[in-house]
Design a binder for this molecule. Structure first.
Ligand SMILES: [Cu+2]
Length: 193
C-alpha cells in the first residue's frame, strides 16, 4: 500500500516547513548587533515620525556622557548645529556642528561641562530645535525614574495582610473581655461559687 500523491505532497510540504521553522531562528553568521556601536550613547536622538522634528527635543544627561544624533535614509537632509540660545535660528559660529545636512547622519558629542546646550537643524531651523541639559537638572534623569507602582502595591498588600492577621485576634479578645465583665454571677446555678 502506497500513499496517494496528495498525501505524499502534504507530507513533504510539512517536513519542509518544519525544517524552515528549525533553521529560521538561527542568526546569520558574522552579523553584529547594532547595540554594540551605541554603547557609548547615553541618549540617541533621531528624527520624529513626521520627518521634521527631533524625536526627543529635550534630553538630560550628566557631564561626561555622550549624546548621539543618528538617522538613516531620511526623506529630507538634516543636521545638528549649536545655537547661542533657544530662540536662535542660526548656527553659532564655532559651536558644535555635525556638518552639512544629510539624509543619513551619525554624529556624536560628549559633553564635559554642565550647561544647557541648544541646537537646530539648519534647513528647518524654525521647527527643528532641541536642547541637551547637562547636569543642571534638580531632579534625577527621566530614564532612571523610580517605579511608584511597586510601592503602592506593597502598601496595599501590607494593609490587606494586616487586616487578615489582626481581625481574628481582635474578635477573640473582645469576646473574652466582654463575656468576663458582663458575667452575672447571680444567674449561676448553685454549684457555681
Ligand atoms: Cu531638518
Amino acid at each position: 500500500m502506497t500513499l496517494p500523491p496528495t498525501r505524499l505532497f502534504h507530507s513533504i510540504a510539512a517536513a519542509t516547513l518544519l525544517l524552515f521553522a528549525i533553521l529560521a531562528p538561527m542568526p546569520p553568521v558574522g552579523a553584529q548587533p547594532a547595540e554594540d556601536s551605541l554603547a557609548e550613547c547615553a541618549v540617541v536622538v533621531s528624527i520624529g515620525s513626521g520627518g521634521m522634528s527631533f524625536d526627543d527635543r529635550t534630553v538630560e544627561i550628566e557631564a561626561g556622557q555622550t549624546v548621539c544624533w543618528i538617522w538613516d535614509n531620511e526623506t529630507m537632509a538634516h543636521n545638528v548645529a549649536q545655537t547661542a540660545s533657544s530662540s536662535d535660528t542660526t548656527r553659532m559660529e564655532g559651536g558644535v556642528y555635525s556638518g552639512a545636512p544629510n539624509t543619513t547622519v551619525d554624529f556624536r558629542h560628549t559633553f564635559t561641562e554642565n550647561q544647557t546646550f541648544t541646537y537646530i537643524c539648519e534647513p528647518h531651523a524654525s521647527v527643528m530645535k532641541g536642547a541637551v541639559i547637562v547636569g543642571g537638572s534638580e531632579e534625577a534623569p527621566r530614564r532612571s525614574s523610580s517605579t511608584p507602582g511597586f510601592s503602592s502595591l506593597s502598601l496595599i498588600m501590607c494593609v490587606v495582610a494586616a487586616a487578615f492577621v489582626l481581625r481574628p485576634g481582635d474578635a477573640v479578645n473582645t469576646q473574652a473581655v466582654g463575656d468576663g465583665s458582663t458575667l452575672d454571677r447571680s444567674a449561676c446555678p448553685s454549684e457555681c461559687t
